[in-house]
Design a protein around this ligand. Structure first.
Ligand code: ATP
Ligand code: MG
Length: 350
């Protein structure tokens, strides 16, 4: 395991990390999210000793990192680092020379293994190509191959899919999954949520110099507020518990979830547009830009709220107590019976 414990770091007087604690385990892919300049690259560079914390500790496989030359050489064999810019990484003229460079130096060269790595990254047949004649995405993959050829236990990747097309992205995702199967621990910074979701086991958000989020799913509303690139649609789901008054206003669709909610709508004489798989279909409609009222049994509210956070969709809670008068079945909407009603309306997470 790699651990950061209360790590602080600044460039000159610009404080970038303000007490970062986190860990990366073997056989795990951790995704690091954060807006431009949040400090992702700065954080990652602490993991293999490229930067040294001003305060706090980095611990790798139980040993606090030491910063003498010999310890750093050992550390860097344990923790491979794929730089944001492949030009910072590529050292030799041709692809083959570049990828064998590291293992040649450490006396661990295994040509069969290197061929397999090149094949997995779609670089078969590129062995004799000049690195400076490669496209950006190809260079990126060569840089990754060079790191993997060293067979590190942990791999840090700083925006591995930046500038890489769909085919290249899938190849990188494939190799990340393979590396996890092999037992490697990985931490990857990215602005690419498709890629993140395809490979991530855990998602961290770095904001204001701290890890403010750490969970097995992406909270889209929070991500959006942190300036992370998401695509939140204009649509929304208005979530109404079955025992609340129903909101007025225009909705493109009414969806229902749970038995109590179905009974409630029946009693109101409302025929829902979405009757089965209400939650998922409500989200999908909202992603498509629609305004959806989702009436939900109260016991299922938490499921919906949690699930909604994992979709790029806004969820607004509408909750207004039905007073006794209405509960008895006399619907006097807009009448005096409603004036004292408790009213709660808010957008999730805002
Ligand atoms: N060598 C440096 N000297 C001074 N300031 C730096 C240096 N490197 C980075 N910074 C600043 O530190 C902050 C964090 O930079 P960092 O590169 O870690 O962000 P990032 O999250 O990786 O951003 P991006 O998404 O753009 O890659 C930025 O404000 C940046 O300008
Ligand atoms: Mg960066």
């Amino acid at each position: 395991m790699i651990e950061l414990r209360d790590v602080w770091f600044s460039y000159n007087d610009r404080e970038v990390l303000k007490g970062v604690s986190m860990e990366v385990r073997k056989e795990e892919v951790v995704i690091l999210l954060g807006r431009n300049g949040a400090g992702k690259s700065t954080l990652l560079m602490h993991l293999n000793g490229l930067l040294r914390p001003e305060k706090g500790e980095v611990i790798v496989n139980g040993n606090p990192v030491r910063y003498d030359r010999k310890s750093l050489t050992k550390l860097r064999r344990l923790v491979g680092f794929v730089f944001q810019n492949p030009d910072d990484q590529i050292v030799a003229p041709t692809v083959w020379q570049d990828v064998v460079f590291g293992p040649e130096n450490t006396g661990t060269r295994d040509d069969e293994k290197i061929r397999e790595i090149l094949r997995n990254l779609g670089l078969e047949g590129y062995e004799n190509r000049l690195c400076n004649s490669l496209s950006g995405g190809e260079k990126k993959r060569v840089a990754i191959a060079g790191v993997l050829a060293m067979e590190p236990e942990y791999v840090v990747m700083d925006e591995p899919t930046a500038g890489v097309d769909g085919v290249g992205m899938k190849e990188i995702a494939f190799i990340v999954r393979e590396l996890r199967e092999e037992g490697k621990g990985m931490i990857i910074s990215t602005h690419d949520l498709d890629f993140a979701k395809a490979v991530g086991d855990r998602f961290l958000i770095l904001d204001g110099g701290m890890i403010i989020y750490n969970d097995a799913w992406i909270d889209y509303s929070l991500a959006e507020r942190c300036g992370i690139r998401t695509w939140m649609s204009e649509g929304e789901v208005v979530l109404v518990p079955h025992d609340s008054c129903l909101p007025d206003g225009d909705f493109d669709f009414v969806a229902v979830m749970g038995r109590s909610a179905k009974e409630r709508l029946e009693k109101e004489g409302i025929e829902p547009d979405i009757n089965t798989a209400g939650m998922e279909r409500a989200f999908l409609r909202a992603i498509g830009g629609a305004r959806v009222m989702l009436v939900c049994s109260r016991s299922m509210m938490d499921v919906v709220r949690r699930e909604a956070a994992t979709y790029p969709v806004r969820l607004r809670l509408y909750e207004r107590e039905v007073d006794e008068y209405e509960r008895e079945g006399v619907h006097n909407r807009g009448g005096s019976g409603r004036s004292g009603a408790h009213h709660a309306e808010r957008t999730e997470g805002h």
